[in-house]
Design a protein around this ligand. Structure first.
Ligand code: NDP
Ligand code: MG
Length: 333
């Protein structure tokens, strides 16, 4: 039987790749509903391609109706931002399968979301590549005690630039990621390493793990996405070609797995490097640990001040290097 999907954020980078996977596997999935924020034109185009039974919408209350429709098997959160928090909560309460790329929701409402998920026995299947990697490692190692989780990050386009150089970085330079093709906001976050800060918080909630047990390593090749070290000293890595359609396929097919013709990594002659992140040049990672340690709504403030800072950077109201100070003040002062 086909898995029936509702996809939020269908016009974005992740949403389009979700549709690519569905397009390549028409016998396995049916699209029931699609949504976006404002890009009606592209949404109509997708709708003509997939002919969703429940149609498409730009309206949050309609999104909720689509999510909880009795025919919906899985709800895919490929949208950004936190406006859809109640849609997510209702999807959990209606025991829908949930695939989630949207990290802002987990950063701001992680505790509430995971409490509901526990209460209703719903498992959130992450799409974010690092978290998909951890999820996959833990899936085969349920009874082993975790010593630490390591998230990798490419370091973004300015890993080797001097701090002085940060002052003249333009928005267009910041959205050119060396390994991944992503939406603009997350590309800037990768350049500031704020993306990794958000992912530390995301991992803390998704895997119910204390921040002291979460580490970050810079890995410029983006081949190892995550590692889990167990109490017995084993360190298990998840590797994959840097292509979001791989974690998307994993989430859409979960708990099954299906073969695909997406690119594979050839490890021959590949150099895999790992470095400690430079927290002086990229203080964002430190902000995440601080915000988690202080409890309260610091993670929410971190996400919101970063959203605002990226918006201001895009409009040319602040420089790239000023994002860090803007976020620090917005979160902790
Ligand atoms: P994009 O900016 O490319 O797309 C965002 C999508 O969400 C669009 O469909 C947009 O609609 C919709 N949207 C925007 N604002 C809202 C809102 N307030 N309510 C509902 N829908 C909204 O983003 P990405 O695809 O890059 O990222 C989506 C999410 O996935 C983010 O949370 C990001 O952090 C996460 N993620 C992305 C990765 C990537 O490779 N891109 C990797 C891992 C995680 P419209 O087009 O009409 O504006
Ligand atoms: Mg990621």
């Amino acid at each position: 039987m086909k898995k029936r999907l509702v996809i939020f954020g269908a016009t974005g980078s992740i949403g389009s790749q979700v549709l690519d996977v569905v397009r390549a596997n028409p016998d396995d999935f049916e699209i029931l509903g699609l949504s976006a924020k404002s890009n009606k034109c592209l949404l109509e185009e997708h709708s003509n391609d997939f002919n969703p039974r429940l149609g498409w919408t730009l309206d949050i209350s309609k999104m909720e109706e689509m999510a909880i429709n009795p025919n919906t098997d899985m709800v895919v959160f490929a949208c950004k931002g936190t406006d859809v928090i109640n849609v997510l909560i209702e999807s959990i309460r209606h025991k829908k399968q949930i695939a989630i790329a949207n990290k802002e929701l987990l950063v701001e409402y992680g505790e509430r979301i995971m409490n509901e998920a526990k209460k209703y026995g719903v498992q959130l299947i992450p799409i974010d590549s690092e978290h998909s990697g951890i999820f996959q490692i833990l899936n085969g190692n349920k009874d082993r005690e975790i010593e630490k989780i390591i998230l990798t990050c490419s370091g973004g386009p300015f890993l080797n630039m001097s701090q002085e150089g940060f002052k003249s970085i333009t928005f267009n330079q910041a959205i050119k990621h060396p390994n991944w093709k992503m939406g603009k906001k997350i590309s800037v976050d990768s350049a500031t390493m704020m993306n990794k800060a958000l992912e530390i918080i995301e991992a803390h909630h998704l895997f119910d793990i204390t921040p002291e047990k979460i580490d970050v390593l810079v890995h410029p090749q983006s081949i190892v996405h995550a590692l889990v070290q167990f109490r017995d000293g084993s360190l298990i890595a998840h590797m994959g070609y840097p292509d979001m359609r791989l974690p998307i396929s994993y989430a859409l097919y979960y708990p099954q797995a299906k073969e695909n013709n997406l690119p594979r990594i050839d490890l021959i002659d590949k150099k895999l490097e790992f470095y400690k992140p430079d927290l002086c040049k990229f203080p964002s990672i430190g902000f995440a640990y601080d915000a988690l340690q202080r409890k309260g709504n610091f993670t929410k403030k971190l996400n919101q001040s970063n959203d605002k800072a990226v918006e201001m950077f895009e409009k040319g109201e602040i420089r790239f290097d000023e994002i860090f100070e803007y976020v620090r003040k917005g979160t902790f002062l």
